[in-house]
Design a binder for this molecule. Structure first.
Ligand code: HEC
Length: 195
């Protein structure tokens, strides 16, 4: 009697814990851990859930040459920066980006006319999406840039692209622009020292 009760209780526990594990796996979502994946030709798989990651900042019509207004001709552009949650947590602890870091730059069109808006700009559709990723075993210099065309896998941008030189010269922390991401600056001395 006792024995079989215990078995039943044990079985019930097993079922509950298997169910719990399955739920946890479901909830864990691919954005955790597996953000950085490549297809067989070395293209980066589009991280379709980056919008559920950690938001770092938005730039509005940022321009990196004294000839301001280069963007004004194309219309206003916003850029929104996201990082995968695991790398965000690692950075907040150590001040360093771990292997597997994925930073996303989402460029959105800015609008002035719509609904009740009388001044200023608001965001609308996606213009394009770019990634900056860290994988020491795959890339010389650890970091690489990818450009996406819609949700298709993204092409690796060559080392000769201006992305690499500007980020290396001006990014405050390990080729990333932490000087523009206020929520990452608390535990990092280099963070504000961008040139
Ligand atoms: C002249 C300098 C410059 C060049 C060239 C440049 N970037 Fe950036 N990039 C920046 C700045 C500044 C930011 C910060 C944006 C913000 O604060 O919103 C940034 C941010 C990013 C981010 C967010 C993560 C990070 O590293 O901080 C990505 C992704 C990115 N750029 C991709 C690219 C790609 C791809 C190219 C080349 C096609 C490129 N960038 C070329 C200056 C540059």
């Amino acid at each position: 009697m006792h024995h079989s009760t215990r078995l039943l209780v044990g079985a019930a526990f097993a079922v509950v814990s298997i169910f719990g594990t399955l739920q946890a796996m479901k909830g864990q979502a691919p954005e955790e851990g597996s953000a950085l994946t490549f297809d067989q030709s070395g293209r980066m798989v589009y991280p379709s859930r980056y919008r559920e990651w950690v938001y770092l900042s938005s730039g509005f019509n940022m321009s990196y040459t004294p000839k301001a207004g280069a963007n004004a001709q194309q219309g206003a552009l916003f850029d929104n920066v996201f990082v995968d949650p695991a790398s965000y947590r690692a950075f907040q602890k150590s001040g360093k980006w771990p292997n597997g870091t994925v930073l996303i730059l989402e460029i959105r069109n800015g609008e002035t006319k719509g609904s009740i808006n009388q001044g200023g700009h608001f965001q609308s559709g996606i213009n394009h999406v770019e990634a900056h990723v860290k994988d020491e075993s795959r890339f010389a210099g650890a970091w690489a840039f990818f450009g996406f065309n819609g949700e298709k896998n993204g092409a690796l941008l060559p080392k000769s692209a201006s992305c690499y030189s500007c980020h290396e010269q001006h990014g405050a922390v390990d080729t990333t622009f932490v000087q523009f991401y206020p929520t990452l600056q608390a535990n990092n001395k280099e963070a504000k020292a961008g040139r």
